[in-house]
Design a protein around this ligand. Structure first.
Ligand SMILES: Cc1cc2nc3c(=O)[nH]c(=O)nc-3n(C[C@H](O)[C@H](O)[C@H](O)COP(=O)(O)OP(=O)(O)OC[C@H]3O[C@@H](n4cnc5c(N)ncnc54)[C@H](O)[C@@H]3O)c2cc1C
Length: 428
């Protein structure tokens, strides 16, 4: 069923951001068949972003609170979405069924794999000690929040977005915080050097110790199996009664692989998010899709990407559209009082330009050749919105234009919209 006729039933594996959105969008687009949303988590679908931010500080919503639910329980009943608890352990593409661990089977006309990703473990001795946490689910967040409440010394391994957000929450809760990163700067794979430098300054200014170019070789514990220290390659031991491992995630591809579908860094899908089987789609964090703009295969970990994928699949299955996925990627992160918003995808830039002279509020424009590829906005939400519109329209901005005195993204957009200013008439 590829969109020519509506499938009689859709089964969605994974009730995270992408899975929930697929079910909701199917109904929004008038799909009348059966929708089964299968969740390995013992919770209603909820938002993950607050788990590493407000939830960790004692004053925000607790993980599992209804403020984090994407919809209340009545919504699923009203929309005839069967929310099923359980873990899918096998897909049979020939019979078009999925089987849960308890043996229950569901037939599908179309299957959507929205299985997300799992935290990458830290492969060092002591990684299983008590007080060592990874963070993906509400359950993880509840355990981490409880540990944090009792901790004095927190060590975060990995200075990616998740690690830095946890470090900020721990610091705001008054803990002594050290971040250990193997590379020589934070967010190395995610942002430009200029934005990374801002986050280094921000965290250091808040009293967090940042150690770059440092490898963790072991976690040490006491007789009770509780972590007490983080050992670095240079022999240093950092005291720690709480350790957060934030060294990235691995896409959950095992179901797809076992079903014989192509898998690489994510389940391989085409530009309409179909796997090698026309009855199976894959979306969100678990899916590696070809980016129409660059032609490169991407796997993105963001709410926008999961939601965008879900909506495209729902439109395809209801026959509303057969479009290729070409949404502009965007992302945000909050740390202390700073919000960074990123529009576009920087797949290698050769020119960086900075807008704004406030060290705490600026935007970095990343160009390749004569084209704008991505914009990182730190505390400049107006720039972010303008950047999204500009990049969505093809990123028509040259480095030379951006260098003009008084240049703003909003002004540039207006000029593109209104066309070139009329030539001035000479005054006689
Ligand atoms: C702590 C945290 C903070 C984040 N902050 C931000 C942010 O600030 N901004 C942003 O854009 N993004 C953020 N993200 C990323 C964003 O939440 C993810 O990109 C998004 O949730 C991906 O959606 P998904 O549906 O692909 O996967 P998920 O939301 O992870 O959902 C996958 C679901 O599938 C289930 N599942 C897996 N296998 C099976 C199976 N075999 N059977 C049944 N169920 C299964 C999993 O248990 C899970 O519930 C954050 C993520 C985390 C963890």
């Amino acid at each position: 069923m590829t969109g020519d006729a509506q499938p009689p039933s859709v089964v969605i594996v994974g009730a995270g951001q992408g899975g929930y959105e697929t079910a909701a969008s199917l109904r929004e687009h008038g799909y009348r068949g059966r929708v089964t949303l299968i969740s390995a988590e013992d919770a209603l679908p909820y938002e993950r972003p607050p788990l590493s931010k407000a939830c960790l500080k004692g004053d925000g919503a607790a993980p599992g609170d209804e403020q984090l639910w994407l919809r209340p329980p009545t919504y699923y009943a009203r929309q005839s979405i069967d929310l099923v608890g359980g873990t899918v352990t096998a897909v049979d593409p020939a019979a078009r069924t999925v089987r849960l661990r308890d043996g229950t089977a569901y037939d599908y006309g179309h299957l959507v794999l929205a299985t997300g990703a799992r935290p990458r473990p830290l492969d060092v001795p002591g990684a299983a000690l008590r007080g060592v946490h990874t963070l993906r689910t509400a359950r993880d967040a509840a355990a981490l929040r409880a540990s944090l409440a009792a901790a004095q010394y927190a060590v975060v391994v990995g200075a990616g977005f998740l690690g830095l957000e946890c470090a900020a929450a721990a610091r705001e809760s008054g803990r002594a915080v050290t971040v250990v990163e193997a590379l020589d700067r934070p967010l190395a794979r995610a942002v430009s050097a200029r934005t990374a430098e801002h986050f280094t300054r921000l965290h250091r200014g808040e009293g967090t110790r940042l150690l770059f170019g440092q490898q963790v070789v072991a976690l040490r514990g006491d007789w009770h199996g509780k972590v007490t220290a983080v050992e670095l390659a240079d022999g240093r031991r950092l005291p720690a009664d709480l350790v957060v491992i934030g060294v990235g995630v691995t896409p959950r591809t095992e179901l797809a692989a076992a079903a014989g579908l192509p898998v690489g860094d994510g389940v391989t899908v085409d530009a309409r998010l179909l796997t090698g089987d026309p009855h199976i789609s894959a979306i969100g964090d678990c899916a590696a899709f070809p980016q129409v703009r660059s032609g490169k295969r991407l796997r993105l970990e963001s709410v926008q990407n999961a939601v965008g994928h879900a909506r495209l699949v729902a439109k395809r299955l209801t026959g509303a559209s057969r479009a290729h996925y070409q949404e502009l990627p965007w992302f945000w992160s909050d740390q202390f009082a700073t919000t960074v918003q990123i529009a576009g995808h920087d797949d290698g830039h050769d020119t960086e330009m900075v807008l704004g002279d406030d060290p705490d509020a600026f935007s970095v424009l990343l160009f390749r050749g004569e084209g704008l590829r991505a914009v990182e906005s730190v505390n400049r939400p107006g720039d972010h919105m303008a950047a999204r519109r500009l990049l969505d329209g093809g990123g028509r901005l040259k480095p030379g234009e951006a260098a003009a005195p008084g240049f703003t993204l909003k002004g540039h957009l207006a000029r593109l919209r209104d066309g070139p200013a009329p030539a001035r008439r000479g005054v006689s």
